[in-house]
Design a protein around this ligand. Structure first.
Ligand SMILES: [Zn+2]
Length: 188
């Protein structure tokens, strides 16, 4: 069994609010294709979804975003059509730490976890490295893949998007993540 992990493809990082950025819109199509592929294969799909309380300590690091119950916190409409997506709310950049996700790993035997979404150098990087290190720690032979054309990050004056994106992919590759492409996943 394989698992597609979609990271933060929610309105607050794609369309509205303090943390939304246009580069995330460029990977929607790829992620919809991957979700369609996983659905057709009867593989699992899970969406990590930022959902903060007003007193969230994460707001020390980032502007207020994706409050629980807000539109920002909802999955983008392009993905809401997939009724098979497992919803996994989270209160930090790294959903691997949530009890819900840990319970899923206990319950299911995955051979591969494929990570897509945003941001390449923050939530995607942390999720991928956490999965790899958790599996090494427990000697679990689960392949962790990242789809290079289905992850994106933002570009700003203090944050060169292309550089951070490429560097994050290199860091994940160095940690032995399988850096792959949409075409490669769909053909195999
Ligand atoms: Zn957040």
């Amino acid at each position: 069994m394989k698992l597609l992990v979609i990271v933060d493809m929610i309105n607050g990082f794609v369309y509205d609010g303090n943390m939304a950025f246009t580069e995330s819109q460029a990977v929607i199509d790829s992620i919809v294709k991957l979700a369609t592929h996983f659905t057709n294969k009867n593989y699992d799909i899970l969406a990590f979804r930022d959902e903060h309380l007003a007193d969230s300590l994460e707001f020390r690091a980032y502007p207020v975003h994706c409050l629980k119950g807000s539109t920002e916190s909802e999955l983008i409409s392009e993905l809401q059509i997939f009724e098979n997506i497992i919803d996994n709310p989270k209160r930090s950049t790294n959903g691997v730490n949530t009890p819900q996700f840990q319970a899923l790993l206990q319950e299911k035997t995955y051979t591969e976890i494929v990570v897509v979404g945003v941001c390449t150098d923050i939530c995607v990087l942390q999720t991928t490295l956490s999965l790899i290190t958790q599996f090494y720690e427990n000697n679990l032979d689960i392949k962790v893949s990242v789809v290079s054309d289905a992850v994106a990050t933002f570009d700003s004056e203090a944050h060169n998007g292309a550089q951070y994106h490429d560097f994050a992919l290199a860091l994940m590759s160095n940690a032995n993540a399988n850096i792959t492409t949409l075409e490669d996943i769909i053909e195999h």
